[in-house]
Design a protein around this ligand. Structure first.
Ligand code: PMP
Length: 427
């Protein structure tokens, strides 16, 4: 049974004060106005004065496509804030297919193209959090998220994870500190309203939340009237036979804001991501975008859109499969070196997605000094676990190792150096 959500609970005073930019709204008419409509409204530069005429994109597989004529004109021109219209349409179809969304989904939900997923995540948190507000976060947490939350003076409520991600009983127990589900659900202030997590190959733990556990977490979110911020940039970097089930796909109430990214699958420098979720919330992110960047680079969006056209869904799936195989090989390589050099000194679980091995050194109370100072001295750079904690005064026995770019030889050499470092510290 679905519940109706009052989205005012998730919109803070700052966000509520945002007003629609009348001129930005007019850009939507570019695509919807009847042919023959004369535009004398916007402060739009005349594209004929721009020096670029066409762009040819060559792909590594030898295929090429051109941005020319209307396509390059659009790619060089202001676009509507939710995104370059052909891309928005393609991404809606993509989400519908990937997450098995039903025909009513887009009546209540919408999608906005963002400048990487980080941009939409930042705007979503700024839309909702006020000073002193508690927010439930997976811990360890991606530092890019805590960097948004900290200056807002919101209070992170860390929820522990095991190798399968956030632990539902820990979530329930944290929530019970704020009162009954009825009380938490009905209040706007002083209670947690948001739950932030990574579903697939979490940063930094590499954990993927299994479907059954996701259902449990989703039910708790319904009980306590939470919005789930599903930050899932590693969704397509999984090493399973079948794609994971997302929170978005089980969202009967429209209480999931899902953040997707092309950074790990097409290009991180293009800065193209997208947010999908309740219209009431995505529209607030849109107002923020109207006032900040106006829209994500139209050229980046046009490149992605043309690539999706060029490839179609079959070629795209092949590309995902290639990426999955590539990173699986990298992961296995790092696991082999970990087994060779770190057995008995450190512990880890096997990540089933993502880019990271999250390694515990039981003999050391906090790895910060060892990993930063010792690592630089010994020529191996890793990230200490402390950098992924919600609060600076906490200690961590962990560190994060990324298997994405280093060669097998360098991974092996790096772990050999690390083993010496740990041995010297423990001795
Ligand atoms: N969320 C998580 C968990 C990440 O690891 C990253 C990238 N490091 C991002 C968001 C931001 O990615 P994007 O390049 O799409 O902005």
């Amino acid at each position: 049974m679905s519940q109706s959500v009052d989205y005012d609970r998730f919109i803070n005073d700052l966000s509520a004060r945002r007003k629609v930019s009348p001129i930005r709204e007019l850009t939507k008419l570019f695509t919807t106005a009847p042919p023959g409509t004369i535009f004398l409204a916007g402060g739009i530069p005349n594209g004929s004065t721009f020096p670029f005429s066409r762009m040819t994109v060559e792909l590594k597989d030898g295929a090429t496509f051109k941005l020319e004529g209307k396509k390059i004109e659009n790619a060089l021109q202001y676009q509507p804030t939710p995104g370059y219209p052909p891309l928005v349409e393609q991404l809606q179809k993509f989400q519908t297919q990937v997450h098995g969304l039903d025909s009513t989904f887009w009546q209540k939900n919408s999608l906005l193209v963002s400048t990487g997923s980080q941009d939409a995540l930042c705007k979503a948190l700024e839309m909702s959090l006020s000073e002193g507000d508690p927010i439930l976060v997976q811990e360890p947490i991606y530092p890019g998220t805590s960097a948004i939350i900290r200056p807002l003076n919101a209070n992170m409520v860390p929820i522990g994870q095991d190798e399968h991600g956030i632990v539902p009983s820990a979530l329930r127990s944290a929530l019970s500190n704020y009162g009954s589900p009825e009380k938490v659900s009905s209040m706007k202030k002083d209670v947690p309203k948001l739950l932030y997590l990574n579903s697939t190959g979490a940063n930094p733990t590499g954990a993927t939340i299994p479907a059954e556990r996701k259902k449990e977490i989703y039910d708790i979110a319904c009980e306590f009237n939470l919005v789930i911020l599903e930050d899932d940039p590693y969704y397509f970097l999984h090493f399973e036979e079948i794609d994971p089930v997302s929170f978005l796909s089980m969202d009967r109430d429209s209480r999931v804001l899902r953040f997707d990214s092309f950074s790990k699958i097409l290009s991180s420098g293009l800065r193209v991501g997208f947010v999908t979720g309740p219209k009431e919330l995505v529209s607030r992110i849109e107002l923020h975008t109207q006032a900040s960047t106006m829209h994500t680079s139209a050229l980046s969006q046009a490149i992605v859109s043309s690539l999706l056209d060029e490839w179609g869904s079959e070629k795209l799936l092949q590309h995902f499969k290639m990426i999955q195989q590539f990173y699986k090989g990298k992961r296995d390589c790092m696991l082999a070196s970990a087994n060779k050099h770190l057995k008995g000194l450190a512990e880890w679980s096997v990540p089933r997605a993502g880019m990271f091995l999250w390694i515990k050194v039981p003999g050391i109370a906090d790895t910060k000094k060892l990993i930063t100072e010792g690592g630089i001295e010994h020529g191996v750079i890793l990230v200490p676990g402390k950098d992924f904690l919600a609060y600076d005064d906490a200690q961590s026995q962990y560190f994060r190792a990324s298997y994405t770019v280093a060669s097998p030889e360098d991974i092996d050499k790096g772990f050999a150096r690390l083993a010496n470092l740990i041995k010297a510290e423990i001795a």
